[in-house]
Ligand binder design. Structure first.
Ligand code: RIB
Length: 307
């Protein structure tokens, strides 16, 4: 009998209010948007959805305002286990997202229910895990110290995406993590180097600070790196015209973790994740732009991006 290790995601769920604008609004400027839509987002929800669409086994631990149960349905329909996703009386988290003509974005967050995790609820969710399972978290929910300490005590492997980066990340027990997903600015803050540093410098700085932690560094058009100890792999990005980069990092993480859960070697995890992210940026929205597994696989069969 094959027992799949479960991935539990203590993750944010946001309602994304997305505005298409000619350029990101400047301080003091009033700018008319050309288009407005509301969709499912939140780094946590996007990552769970991406993992499920990639064929992974994922349970989402989240909190959502009662009136927004439609968002839970989207996750459930995709195959995410939502039995620990609570509908609560607080307002859901939301994001105000501007997307400009180059596909770049600026995001304003309201945490709402994402910051209402109580220690007892975290303990109860942790009690559903088994040693060898994975726990995923981002930096959009409260309770991160408790969740990391509790997971570590139970022998659960921790994957962490410190996004959005804040000063509080420095006080988390990051050495408990097995896997860290960072972009350029997050790597620079954690490694205490300039954001313009080369990928090698960023990776060296992270290796010096978090010696035993596996790191995946995502660099958009410059591809992605994996590092553990003296081992490093690079995966080039597929050259595409981005329409909207929102959710691309989350898509990468979900696809990477599903491939890892399926037992694929790191270079294959990187290739799948990179391809999924390249597809994501060609469509508007966060959750709405996450590609399905068959689309990713058929594109990979045609042209695997060079490493
Ligand atoms: O990573 C993209 C996500 O960041 C958006 O969906 C938004 O909700 C914010 O959490």
């Amino acid at each position: 009998m094959t027992v799949t290790t479960m991935l539990h995601n203590l993750g944010s769920i946001n309602l994304d209010h997305v505005y298409r604008v000619p350029h990101l609004v400047a301080p003091g400027e009033t700018l008319a948007s050309r288009e407005y839509r509301v969709g499912l987002g939140g780094k946590g929800a996007n990552q769970s959805l991406a993992m499920a669409l990639a064929g992974g086994e994922v349970a989402h631990w989240g909190r959502l305002g009662r009136q927004d149960a439609w968002a839970r349905e989207i996750l459930a329909r995709a195959g995410v286990d939502v039995s620990s996703l609570a509908l609560v009386d607080e307002p859901s988290g939301h994001a105000i997202i501007q997307v400009d003509d180059l596909g770049e974005n600026a995001i304003l967050l309201f945490a709402g229910a994402n910051h209402g995790f109580q220690p007892e609820a975290i303990e109860a969710s942790l009690d559903t895990t088994r040693p060898g399972d994975w726990l995923l978290a981002q930096n959009e929910c409260n309770g991160l110290v408790e969740i990391m300490e509790g997971a570590h005590r139970r022998g659960v492997s921790i994957a962490f995406n410190p996004a959005p980066m804040t000063d509080s990340v420095a006080s988390l027990p990051l050495t408990h993590c097995r896997l860290l997903f960072v972009n350029r600015s997050e790597a620079a803050r954690l490694g205490d180097v300039e954001p313009s540093a080369s990928a090698e410098t960023l990776l060296d700085a992270l290796a010096a600070k978090l010696t035993d932690v596996e790191t995946v560094l995502t660099l958009g058009g410059e591809g992605a790196w994996y590092q553990h100890g003296s081992e490093r792999f690079h995966q080039a990005a597929l050259a595409v015209e981005p329409v909207d980069t929102t959710g691309a990092g989350d898509t990468f993480i979900g696809y990477y973790l599903a491939a890892l859960q399926a037992g694929l070697p790191v270079p294959d995890c990187l290739a799948r994740a990179t391809m999924a992210a390249a597809l994501c940026v060609q469509h508007p929205g966060a959750a709405d732009s996450i590609p399905r597994r068959d689309t990713v696989e058929s594109l990979l069969a045609k042209h695997r991006p060079p490493s």
